[in-house]
Design a protein around this ligand. Structure first.
Ligand code: ADP
Length: 397
């Protein structure tokens, strides 16, 4: 079956067409600047990128363009829409309602709407994507795959905050965690790479991209993760602060004369390695350049970022009473030998020994620990689209 995977944001829509049997990507692309002006970039299977600047006033038009690109006589990859057997949608927040992927019906749409105040920027955009696909491909089954679902196995002691329990009961304020599809995919893949039983393994997954999170996966179940009610908690990220004393918010509001939205903007857009570097960049390629040239801001940003990751790994080893395997994934985790070195050098107390030569790997599956390292360290490229396609296939075949 050919499965269309849709990741719909407020002004962009990413897509991939995946053959569920071969797991090959038949075509992929992105519609950008929806509602602003518009552009679609499409890459057929093994062909070159095709860029088309064209008006995209809304998501309905974006889906039409995706279908046009996929079925184009010269550069398309399928003869007609009928070849698409199912659509898999990435949904950011599933609240406590969704513990796994589900086939989308009216009830599911209503439930996604109901948890939208937990992800006001993301869920409404995801729903627009669902509606647009429903209109363009009536009758084609669709599946919702939630970023939060994999983390729903966390025990109460890991997901509760130390705030009045009534606030949890009334508003469901708790840790949810995100990047679940990636944490699930990578932890399973790690067990396969090591030839170990997934249900009898303690794994820590470090998803280090622009957004970054760590998770602890014990015996096939997520037992803790660093992102919280929203994706702002936990690690220091590209532009997000991660953990801070909650009082910092009021303090900067008073000192800088900001309202709540402006203070939130500082924590989401101006902080992280970008803010720490002194506004040099949120991109680790720039920060690494600066690091090796001796730029103090870049050195500060990278060291502080790595310290936080190492601290989380230590705490998750405590949470699981040990760790067998540490995985690095996403843009920085897959491509950043420097970051992996600095983090692992802090983990000697766990028996982690990194092989500096093996660690020079970029974007490929590889074991990067020494043969006598007590804890295996792996680079495992994530593939959230494939994971979404697999769930969709499972539910629709
Ligand atoms: P997201 O999906 O959250 O936007 P990604 O997983 O694509 O993020 O990761 C983006 C990050 O990966 C950027 O900070 C980028 O600098 C970093 N990155 C990509 N390639 C490299 C590389 N070769 N070396 C170091 N960092 C890299």
């Amino acid at each position: 079956m050919k499965i269309l995977v849709i990741n719909c944001g407020s002004s962009s829509l990413k897509f991939q067409l995946i053959d569920s049997e071969t797991e090959n990507v038949l075509g992929k692309g992105i519609c950008e600047r929806i509602g602003i002006d518009g552009r679609i970039v499409f890459t057929p299977g093994d062909g070159d990128k095709i860029t088309n600047d064209t008006a995209i006033p809304d998501h309905n038009r974006a889906i039409e363009l995706v279908i046009e690109a996929l079925t184009n006589k010269d550069t398309g990859v399928i003869a007609s829409l009928d070849e698409i057997g199912a659509v898999g949608h990435r949904i950011v927040h599933g609240g406590e309602k969704f513990t796994k992927s589900v086939v989308i019906d009216e009830e599911v749409i209503k439930a996604i709407e109901e948890v939208s105040d937990l992800a006001p920027l993301h869920n409404p955009a995801n729903l627009i994507g669902i509606e647009a696909c429903k209109k363009a491909m009536p009758g084609v089954p669709m599946v919702a795959v939630f970023d939060t679902a994999f983390h729903q196995t966390m025990p109460e002691e890991a997901y509760l905050y130390g705030i009045p329990y009534s606030l949890y009961e009334k508003y469901k304020i708790r840790r949810y965690g995100f990047h679940g599809t990636s944490h699930s995919y990578v932890s399973k893949r790690a067990a396969e790479m090591l030839g170990k039983d997934y249900n009898n393994l303690k794994t820590i997954v470090c998803h280090l991209g622009n957004g970054a999170s760590v998770s602890a996966v014990k015996d096939g179940r997520c037992v803790d993760t660093s992102m919280g009610l929203t994706p702002l908690e936990g690690l220091i990220m590209g532009t997000r602060s991660g953990d801070i004393d909650p009082s910092v918010v009021e303090f900067i509001m008073k000192k800088e004369g900001l309202d709540v939205a402006e203070a939130e903007n500082v924590l989401n857009k101006k902080s992280g390695v970008y803010g720490l570097s002194g506004d040099v960049s949120s991109d680790f390629r720039d920060l690494e350049d600066g690091y090796f040239k001796g730029d103090k801001g870049c050195i500060r940003a990278i060291n502080t970022f790595c310290y936080r990751v190492a601290k989380y790994i230590g705490s998750y080893a405590a949470a699981m009473d040990g760790v067998d395997c540490i995985c690095f994934t996403a843009g920085v985790g897959e491509n950043g030998p420097l970051v992996r070195n600095i983090i692992c050098d802090r983990l000697g107390f766990l028996g982690v020994k990194i092989d500096k030569d093996a660690n020079e790997v970029h974007g490929k599956e590889k074991e990067v620990s020494t043969s006598d390292s007590k804890v295996k360290v792996l680079v495992v490229p994530t593939n959230e689209e494939l994971a979404i396609a697999r769930d969709t296939n499972e539910l629709c075949k």
